[in-house]
Design a protein. Structure first.
Length: 95
C-alpha cells in the first residue's frame, strides 16, 4: 500500500494540523517506509508462535494486597499541624 501526499493532507486536516509542502513530502516518504517495513514483517511465518503483549516477560512489581490493621485516628492526627476533633483542619479552598 503506497500513500500519496493527498493521504497525508487528509490525515493532517483530520488532526487539524498545518503542514507545509516540504513536510507533506517528508511524512509521505516516512509513512511509506513504515508500511513497507510492515509488509516485510507480514511475510514472516508466525505459525506456532504464541501471542504476547510484551517483548519481554513482565512481572507485577506490587506487593500482595493483604488486609491489615489501620493506622487509627489518634496516630493519623498525631503529626497534623492543625487538627480539630477527629479531623484534619485545612485552609478554605472555595471562595
Amino acid at each position: 500500500m503506497k500513500l500519496s501526499t493527498a493521504d497525508v493532507e487528509y490525515v493532517a486536516r483530520l488532526a487539524r494540523l498545518e503542514v507545509t509542502q516540504q513536510e507533506k513530502e517528508k511524512f509521505t516518504a516516512q509513512l511509506n517506509d513504515i508500511l513497507h517495513y510492515i509488509d516485510q514483517l507480514n511475510e514472516l511465518d508466525t505459525k506456532g508462535v504464541a501471542p504476547m503483549s510484551h517483548a519481554i516477560a513482565v512481572t507485577n512489581a506490587f506487593r500482595e494486597d493483604r488486609a491489615a490493621e489501620s493506622l487509627g485516628t489518634a496516630n493519623a492526627l498525631a503529626n497534623a499541624p492543625d487538627a480539630r476533633g477527629d479531623f484534619f483542619r485545612v485552609p478554605k479552598v472555595i471562595e
